[in-house]
Ligand binder design. Structure first.
Ligand SMILES: NC(=O)c1ccc[n+]([C@@H]2O[C@H](COP(=O)([O-])OP(=O)(O)OC[C@H]3O[C@@H](n4cnc5c(N)ncnc54)[C@H](O)[C@@H]3O)[C@@H](O)[C@H]2O)c1
Ligand SMILES: O=C(O)C[C@H](O)C(=O)O
Ligand SMILES: [Mg+2]
Length: 604
């Protein structure tokens, strides 16, 4: 249904609906059929007669003019028919069918596409984003019909500075780039990983109101080490092993410089890079360009908000976070990112004193990480356990997750290892002995098949008093007697749109730890005590535009406070500096794009 009320609540200052004030005109440089074939401008049967005349469209469309609202209802009706007709079919087939119908609309008419997406984000996010986007990436070569975004390959070395000018839009604000080396928990998918950047940018448009004409999904194809893809005749990427070392970095360097040359103020989000390159590129670029790594930094902020919520759920003051025993399963870019941020939060609570990492236990594929571990990754090393006083007795190098949970009795068990089911029945049952009156279980790996446990199993085996979060959505769990086990979607989608938007609208020179910290704090404070008592740690995705507005404003204020804000468009750094908190929120919502048909004006 057309959701005027919800849309109005989700962004304060934009006029909503088809009867609203006439939106600003939009200049087009094409005419006739070229407009109908351009999803940025196409209105299908929605072109009014005057526009059909002005733009040379007369005779190219059926005579009846259909309103935006009618087009919307028509699409939703066909979507509902699809749901009815595919009822009972295998879940993956149904999800892909839903993705196809949405994707066809995306390819044809972006205004209508984003309107249905925004109004139905709770329903459509699992299709255009996690988990279905994983399936789409896996099936990319078969699903491919037309390109979306830009592809830079190892064969383009030396050419990127000119190639970047092939992108048709004059201005780009937001770029999501991947090298396809670790797509969700699905591993190396090579060029097929482009799907994840498209999904993230759809969330940027829906949640942060970034204008879809100013987004750019990018694939850096440096080869793949996925043998199956290398052998596949239909694979669309470079059929060569991944570049490594300096050869690899030279490609990423060249891409970053090309982007910066053409759009110096564009924000670049790094997505789903394998761990070594995720950390290396973040270090390399974070102070030179306005960029961040979503898997390290976005995930960390969302997890921290969840961890603080878990403390509140126990009825404890926030400062008790320093006493929480936290077991993290997965020592990759996401797990280490979470631990680093949790450590910073503890340090702040303790008055920035040097602290030991004694409340954290970290496991990877070889079990518990200790100082005895050979060839330990430098990023993981600070979290390796020792054997001195204060250590839990009987836990040796490589101890299994079950042993660790039984001995440590953690308050929190958090999975970011990309292996489905590692929180087994036994592990979950062991969480019943947790020292927390309300243990927290976060099965954050994506997509659904890679979740460390299902929501049903978590409540069934660990007990009904747990709080639960998962990276991919699960249904809430019926516990009997009318009680509901609340499922939170612990996904970085709650943070990256606000971080990117805040960085953009402040014109930040770079994205600082302080900006990321306030983003996490803003998300954490969004939830009321009453909600927390019900096990609700994150707001519903239906309010994602509102959350993003708040997070974006908090990020801007942090950038201003740290003197990193250079301003955006007509709004200079001085004006930003003088904005109150409310004015900053207003500034953010005023700058969010909302899909309505603009009058098109032709210019040669
Ligand atoms: N919910 C979110 O917002 C979110 C954000 C980022 C990443 N993720 C998910 O987290 C997962 C990991 O991402 P990453 O970037 O850290 O990957 P990564 O490849 O960098 O790290 C994976 C880690 O898991 C460890 N591991 C593998 N098998 C294990 C096992 N059986 N037991 C314990 N540890 C094991 C590996 O040793 C490695 O340390 C992915 O599934 C990704 O989708 C979720
Ligand atoms: O893409 C997601 O859903 C979250 C995260 O960035 C991931 O890599 O799993
Ligand atoms: Mg990711």
């Amino acid at each position: 249904m057309w959701k005027l009320a919800r849309a109005a609540a989700s962004s304060l200052h934009q006029t909503r609906g088809f009867s609203a004030a006439i939106p600003a005109p939009c200049i087009v440089h094409k005419r006739g059929a070229d407009i109908l074939h351009d999803p940025w401008f196409n209105k299908d049967t929605g072109f009014p007669l005057t526009e059909r005349d002005r733009l040379g469209l007369r005779g190219l469309l059926p005579p009846r003019i259909i309103s935006f609202e009618q087009q919307y209802e028509r699409f939703m009706e066909s979507y509902r028919s699809l749901e009815k007709n595919t009822c009972g079919q295998p879940v993956d087939n149904v999800s892909l069918a839903k993705w196809r119908i949405l994707n066809r609309l995306h390819d044809r008419n972006e205004t209508l596409y984003y309107r249905v997406l925004i109004d139905n984000i709770e329903h459509f996010a699992p299709i255009i984003y996690t988990p279905t986007v994983g399936l789409v990436c896996q099936s990319y070569s078969g699903l491919f019909r037309r390109p979306r975004g830009m592809y830079f390959s190892a064969k383009d070395k030396g050419e990127m500075m000119s190639m970047i000018y092939n992108w048709p839009a004059p201005q780009v604000d937001m770029i999501v780039v991947t090298d396809g080396s670790r797509i969700l928990g699905l591993g190396d998918l090579g060029v097929q990983g482009i799907g994840i950047t498209v999904g993230k940018l759809d969330i940027y448009v829906a949640a942060a109101g970034i204008n879809p004409q100013r987004i750019l999904p990018v694939m850096l194809d440096v080869g793949t080490n996925n043998e199956k893809l290398l052998q596949d005749n239909l694979y669309l990427g470079l059929r060569q092993p991944r570049l490594e070392g300096e050869e690899y970095l030279a490609i990423v360097d060249e891409f970053m410089e090309a982007v910066h040359r053409r759009w110096p103020k564009a924000i670049v989000q790094f997505e789903d890079f394998q761990m070594k390159w995720a950390f290396e590129t973040l270090q390399r670029y974070r102070h030179r360009f306005c960029m961040f790594n979503d898997d390290i930094q976005g995930t960390a902020g969302v997890a921290l908000a969840g961890l603080l919520g878990a403390v509140r759920a126990q009825g404890r003051p926030l400062n008790d976070f320093v006493k929480q025993k936290i077991v993290v399963v997965g020592a990759g870019s996401a797990g280490i990112g979470v631990l680093n941020v949790a450590k910073q939060a503890v340090s702040r609570m303790m008055g920035n004193s040097e602290m030991e990492n004694s409340q954290f236990w970290l496991l990877d594929k070889d079990g518990l990480l200790t100082k005895e571990r050979k060839n330990i990754d430098p990023a993981a090393a600070p979290f390796a356990r020792g054997f001195g006083p204060g250590e839990v007795e009987g836990l040796s190098e490589g101890a299994s997750l079950l042993e660790v949970v039984k001995k440590v009795k953690p308050h929190v068990l958090l999975g970011l290892c990309g292996v489905g089911g590692v929180f087994s029945e036994q592990v979950l049952k062991a969480m019943q002995e947790s020292d927390s009156p309300r243990p927290a279980i976060f099965a954050m790996s994506n997509p659904t098949t890679k979740a460390e446990c299902t929501a049903t199993d978590a409540f069934k085996y660990a007990g009904e008093n747990i709080v639960f979060g998962s990276g991919s959505p699960f249904e809430h769990v019926h516990l009997g007697n009318g009680k509901i086990g609340h499922v939170n979607q612990a996904n970085n989608m709650y943070l990256f749109p606000g971080v990117g938007l805040g960085a953009l609208l402040s014109g930040a020179r770079f994205i600082s730890d302080g900006m990321l910290q306030v983003a996490a704090e803003c998300l954490a404070s969004y939830i009321t005590d009453e909600e927390i008592q019900k096990g609700i740690l994150y707001p519903s995705t239906s309010s994602i535009r509102h959350i993003t507005t708040e997070v974006g404003a908090a990020v801007i204020r942090a950038a201003v406070a740290e003197e990193l804000a250079e301003g955006h468009g007509d709004v200079g750094s001085r004006e930003l500096m003088h904005m109150s908190k409310e004015e900053t929120v207003e500034y953010v919502s005023r700058n969010m794009w909302f899909p309505v048909y603009s009058p098109l004006v032709h210019e040669k």
